[in-house]
Design a protein around this ligand. Structure first.
Ligand code: LCS
Length: 402
């Protein structure tokens, strides 16, 4: 009997081929876009089977479409999960994951290093839905243990974190969660499924902003949740479907196209990220650099164990604080001042006034998001050009700090 080669495919091959076959009718190799909202059934019984989830299929655009379905199957396979749910944004994925596990009176432990939008959701919306949360230093597993209450229903982490690149031990936190029977939810946006697979390390649910590396071209806002089939089905039917945060076929198609080059893009992001971090780390005008690929990063050894590469995000502080930081950012010529990350273009931003501005100043300081912190999403350009741009902008700073 012939061996099934698919089970032996490497990640690079899977990214291109997994769960994606030529169209049966047209033999087209690239996916087709099916924007239909409604689907016809041969009889009432078969419609009921699809609606109830007994049989896989599409029946109404708010719950999915065939183009998205192909993409969901790919994302599930790349993350090593049973099923995936595509949604209209990363925040839709994150809020759906919280709402699926938490109801009035419940509590969730959340890493203190989270994306500003996640912080915002918890601090502004969670109280209105009646569930409680604690932001905890999840680099210390004992701190997580101490914060678990009788009404705790989930643990939520982001690793590496935005924007400080704190790396958390998914295996260790996963083990703790198992002993307390709590689901562990991991935001894997900074890594993409190419560099880290939290489910294999002991997490129960993975969330992504696909707006970033998964699509990778800065032209789609989207999110994914990956986990067990019954959990994903509940989220699709009872949360996403009711809130109406579906992802349409056009955008699914763009992501399917962007995804094909994930391995190549992420590999280049990692190479460029390391080159930029190495350059900044020894530059006299730089106070400190946050990048897991640097030997002096506090979780460098863990990062090497848990991640296939160090990613393309480098955060740092220039000497001279806020004023010098702003002067430096404004002097950049290639890097563009922008909110997003994971795009082909190198993007720079100032978390205290941009992505994390919704977090009050005293809270930001507590989490190490200082006013002088700068985040660079290192793009796909030639590393030499990126570094030359940084160098010329640093040369604009007053001589006493460089
Ligand atoms: N998770 C992480 C780690 C993120 O960085 C973001 C967005 C999200 C979730 C939310 O995804 P979205 O809804 O935007 O698809 N991060 C952004 C950032 O750092 N700048 O602008 C958006």
């Amino acid at each position: 009997m012939k061996m099934n080669m698919e089970t032996q495919w490497s990640m690079d091959t899977k990214i291109i081929h997994v769960n994606q076959r030529p169209d049966i009718k047209t033999r087209a190799i690239s996916h087709s876009i099916v924007p239909a909202v409604a689907y016809a059934f041969p009889n009432v019984e078969s419609a009921a089977e699809v609606v109830s989830g007994k049989v896989d299929g599409t029946y109404y655009g708010r719950y999915g479409n065939p183009t998205l379905q192909m993409l969901e199957m790919k994302i599930a396979a790349l993350e090593g999960g049973e099923a995936a749910l595509g949604l209209s944004s990363g925040m839709a994925a994150i809020s759906t994951a919280f709402l699926a596990f938490l109801k009035t009176g419940d509590h969730v432990v959340v890493t203190k290093d989270v994306y500003g939008g996640t912080f915002n959701f918890l601090t502004s919306l969670a109280p209105r839905f009646g569930f409680d949360f604690d932001f905890v230093d999840c680099t210390k597993v004992d701190a997580i243990k101490d914060s678990i209450k009788p009404n705790t229903r989930a643990v939520y982490i982001e690793t590496p974190s935005n924007p400080k690149l704190t790396v958390l031990d998914i295996c260790e936190i996963g083990r703790l969660c198992k002993t307390y029977n709590l689901p562990l939810i991991v935001d894997n946006t900074f890594m993409s499924p190419y560099l880290q697979n939290p489910l294999a390390l002991g997490a129960d649910v993975v969330v992504h902003s696909a707006t970033k590396y998964i699509n990778g071209h800065g032209d789609v806002v989207a999110g994914f949740i990956v986990g067990k089939k019954d959990v994903i089905q509940f989220m699709r039917k009872k949360i996403m479907g009711d809130l109406g945060q579906n992802l349409n076929a056009w955008e699914s198609s763009l992501i399917l196209r962007g995804l094909k080059t994930l391995a190549l893009r992420v590999g280049r992001h990692c190479d460029n990220g390391q080159a930029v971090a190495d350059f900044l780390n020894v530059h006299p005008a730089i106070e400190r650099v946050y990048y897991p690929g640097l030997k002096d990063h506090p979780q460098h050894e863990l990062a090497k164990k848990q991640m296939k590469g160090m990613g393309g995000i480098v955060s740092f502080e220039v000497k001279g604080g806020l004023d010098a930081g702003k002067k430096f950012i404004n002097a950049l010529q290639l890097a563009m001042i922008s909110f997003s990350l994971g795009d082909p273009e190198t993007l720079v931003q100032h978390p205290a006034t941009m992505t994390h501005a919704s977090i009050p100043h005293h809270e930001r300081e507590k989490y190490g998001i200082t006013d002088g912190l700068i985040r660079l999403s290192v793009g796909l350009e030639d590393a030499v050009d990126i570094i030359n741009d940084l160098e010329q902008a640093l040369a604009e700073l007053p001589t006493h700090i460089r």
